[in-house]
Design a protein around this ligand. Structure first.
Ligand SMILES: Nc1ncnc2c1ncn2[C@@H]1O[C@H](COP(=O)(O)OP(=O)(O)OP(=O)(O)O)[C@@H](O)[C@H]1O
Ligand SMILES: O=C(O)[C@H](O)[C@@H](O)[C@H](O)[C@H](O)CO
Length: 201
């Protein structure tokens, strides 16, 4: 059972672009394979004009080879990969840039590894039903991750608990709708280029 999208936007989050004591926000889009992390994350970064990275790009060759061979990753495979992603988040902070990154972060311990010591991290979990997930993975072409590994993703998954403060967003409609929901519920509208006085395309 997943927690539905909240009835009202979260209020404790900062909604102004600059907070001198804390690095700019980094939104981590999480969820199982096929939930739309890359699609939604890239679109969100594009809307906000923020830096963007796909966590898939941080896998070492050994992980890519495993996934391409239809073999699920283990904790030992994932931990160095999560640290690479954490390193990217730290570089964004050093550069003072807000960013979006996609990372499955299937277990609570993985999410903790990414957010501990990084108060600027905001996590979003994409909620997608099993039938849709399977359909998306079956339809997707030219990707290392195959539909027959969905079961292993789901058995590894520890859906975020309410006290983790992860925004649960249903992602059943278009990617644009999901991006709109994230902007609203995460209180990111103040960061949109038009609000910062720049041209809106
Ligand atoms: N909201 C959506 N509506 C329809 N199709 C979508 C939606 N989001 C993603 N897709 C499609 O579903 C497939 C999976 O999306 P995507 O690659 O973004 O998922 P992912 O979570 O990043 O997967 P992975 O973890 O395996 O990289 C893609 O072919 C994408 O075009
Ligand atoms: O934790 C995992 O099992 C991996 O992160 C996978 O989720 C892949 O990164 C990705 O989904 C493949 O595209």
């Amino acid at each position: 059972m997943v927690r539905p999208t909240p009835a009202t936007p979260r209020t404790p989050r900062p909604t102004t672009p600059s907070r001198p004591t804390q690095p700019p926000p980094v939104v981590v889009i999480t969820g199982v394979s096929g939930s739309g992390k890359s699609t939604v994350g890239a679109a969100l970064a594009g809307r906000l004009g923020w830096d963007w990275a796909d966590g898939d790009a941080f896998h070492p060759g050994s992980n890519v080879a495993k996934m391409a061979a239809h073999e699920p990753l283990t904790d030992a495979d994932r931990l160095p990969w999560l640290d690479e992603i954490g390193g990217w988040i730290d570089k964004e902070a050093e550069a003072g840039r807000p960013a979006v990154i996609a990372c499955s972060a299937l277990k609570r311990s993985y999410r903790d590894r990414l957010r501990t010591g990084r108060p600027q991290v905001r996590m979003v979990y994409l909620v997608v039903d099993l039938k849709t997930l399977h359909q998306r993975l079956t339809d997707r072409r030219g990707h290392m991750f195959h539909a027959d590994m969905l079961g292993s993703q789901l058995s590894t998954l520890e859906p975020p608990a309410p006290e983790e403060d992860v925004l649960m967003v249903k992602s059943a409609g278009s990617p644009k709708q999901t991006v709109d929901h994230i902007i609203t519920w995460e209180g990111l509208a103040a960061f949109l280029p038009s609000k910062a006085g720049r041209r809106q395309d």
